[in-house]
Design a protein around this ligand. Sequence first.
Ligand code: ZN
Length: 311
Amino acid sequence: MSKILGLHHITAIAGDAQRNYDFYTKVLGFRLVKKTVNFDDPNTYHFYFGDEVGSPGTILTFFPWANVRQGKNGAGMATEIGYSVPKGSLDFWKARLEKLKVPHNAPGERFGEKHMAFQDPDGLWLNLIEAEQRDDRKGRVTAEISADVAIKGFHTVTLTLTSIKATADILTGIFGYRQIAQEGHVYRYRTDAVEGAALVDLLEKPEALRGVTAGGTNHHVAFRVKDEETLMAFRERVASRGLSITGKIDRDYFFSLYFREPGGVLFEIATDNPGFATDETMEELGSSLQLPDQHEPMRDRIEKALPALQT
Ligand code: ZN
């Protein structure tokens, strides 16, 4: 039985590459698991931040464009990324964000879970959530972040929509999610296929203006499947709804399909195979610039065009 295995990765847009790297590795403690370029624009980095081994469901990726214009959250986009943190860890995170002068909201409660929302240096909205559902994933430990507080990976992603109906229909009718709760205008969907990164929250805001995809906003949300056979089975299911969907695209670390769901959010479906340890060993992940074969002959020129990165 082929299933969507929760979230695979989320991709967002940043400004300054160094500032982006510093925030996700030093403040939040993620590992840069792959440093490559935007395959369609090789003079721009593509960073992948995740847990120690680059597990699907932990991966947040960025295209950092210096001087990018500021985007704006709105309808038809993913407007908040929720990370799962251990019970009792929010006090640590609140103190840490304050010490490092990261703006954050007051801790609150949603769906019976304690959470604290904050913004990255580009204004991207993130949320740390003390998940009620069992989540045995191990967060990445650093000198400043111990195992009892380390971020485990994605908990949920919030999509803002003027109407949730058509998007909910994709989640339940094709992806195997079911609605498990509603709080105000937020409808929570879950897949039972995985333990973590299993939730999607749909925020219905009929009056919302269309979002502007640029700096500090999310570009797309990728759902996870086991392999290419499953990927292509989902391609059939999406296409059978009359939605237009790309063919299979080789992203070097996974195979992908893209389609815009009817609510306006760009969805991707991505495979577990082959993973990040293809052009580097597990120990080396993220340590040097990796280029896809088609750009390797231009390595010198690309390396000169990319901003220097202190790691
Ligand atoms: Zn993607």
